[in-house]
Design a binder for this molecule. Sequence first.
Ligand SMILES: Cc1cc2nc3c(=O)[nH]c(=O)nc-3n(C[C@H](O)[C@H](O)[C@H](O)COP(=O)(O)OP(=O)(O)OC[C@H]3O[C@@H](n4cnc5c(N)ncnc54)[C@H](O)[C@@H]3O)c2cc1C
Length: 420
Amino acid sequence: MTGSGKSVIVVGAGIVGVATALCLQMEGHQVTVLDPKAPGTATSFGNAGSIAIGGMYPTGSPGNLKQVPKMLLDPTSAVSVRWSYLPRMLPWFVRFFAASRPSRVAQIASELATIVPTAGAAHLALMKAHRIEGIVKPLGWLKVYSGEKSFAGTREERETIERHGANVQILNQDELRQLEPALAPHFTHGAFQPDNHFVTSPVKLTEAYAKAFTGLGGRFLAEKVTRFEFDGSRVRQVVTDLGMYEADEVVVCAGAWSGRICKMLGFSVPLDTERGYHLNIVAEGGPRLTRPVVVGDHSFVLAPMQDGIRLTSGVEFAGLDAPADFRRIRRMLPLAQKALPGLSDTVTREWLGYRPSTPDSKPVIGPAPGLSNVFLGFGHGHIGLTLAAQTGVMLADLVSGRVPETGIAAFSADRFSLSV
Ligand SMILES: Cc1cc2nc3c(=O)[nH]c(=O)nc-3n(C[C@H](O)[C@H](O)[C@H](O)COP(=O)(O)OP(=O)(O)OC[C@H]3O[C@@H](n4cnc5c(N)ncnc54)[C@H](O)[C@@H]3O)c2cc1C
């Protein structure tokens, strides 16, 4: 162990906060994590499980924008907006559209390519160091399409990620059948990313990191951060619903709730949420999938998790407080059964999660504006599971007084005050 042995408070025990706490601890710091929820039980619980090392293509792109009007009108489309929330989200959308211009997409992809390709290795190193086995498997990520048109619609994304080194294998109908025989035969085109890892139980991965962390003396407190006390440009105390704590450094990893924490710290970031749903479907006696499969025609994923087949879908713009609406994901179930014939309709869980999303699809990783002892690690959107360990490595560098090898300028919170 190296480092200067600082006391550090991490706010948030999702996969990003817990991986970060573990990385900080491995540097010799004394770390306390504050979160009223158990580790990994918010958004990090219910994702599709892919460590997506080709995930450098941003959500906002010319191709995706073209589909927006159709998506908003189609009740089975994966994207929806609660119209009552739209006025609050408009500034975010203005930035999102600006970030979707071709020149910006190319720039964002190349910036994300400085941290995404190494994200799998960062997880594997953390798992190896703490002997965590059996949860993450090298099974890849398969996208399937039922026709040339829908396949061609994602060409731009494929070409971009290939330019940044992602390994994408194009499969024909026969090759698809060989890889995933249980899929319906109407899929004609596939894009396989063999280098992605599959987390067969995302919550178990966070729990395993959390166990390693507490086993080495790390502390979890089930408390909600409510405000901060300052001493000039330093946070002097972190105040929770149950106590008050001092630390040398504070790291904010509160996922989609980080915007609220930043307001408490005296600045704002354009962070909102792309809400996403899943249904957990009984797998016993049904068709067998080996790896997560994205059905490109309808933008849903079928992932064979340890506790069932997980059907994930949806980007819903409705903020953090609106109640869940499971009707849209329920409408996906018959489409999923068409894609995977024999799939049961016995649902054992309906779940809603909150992707922490910036308008330019890049996370915020770096020092907090105007504060000398606060660092930020949030806003990972669709790739927070992927980037968790990588983010932890970068934040551990920063807290220990080093500049991360990858650089951090592209991920600074200040970028939002400079341009849209
Ligand atoms: C349907 C779906 C599918 C997805 N699939 C993938 C995928 O395949 N691969 C991938 O890489 N990513 C995927 N994602 C994205 C990924 O799940 C998220 O980016 C990631 O979980 C975010 O992790 P986090 O730790 O930042 O946030 P969270 O897991 O949400 O954790 C944030 C924590 O902060 C805590 N908190 C909030 N406020 C406070 C406070 N005041 N005080 C203390 N604690 C607080 C919360 O209680 C919570 O526990 C998917 C997301 C969804 C919704």
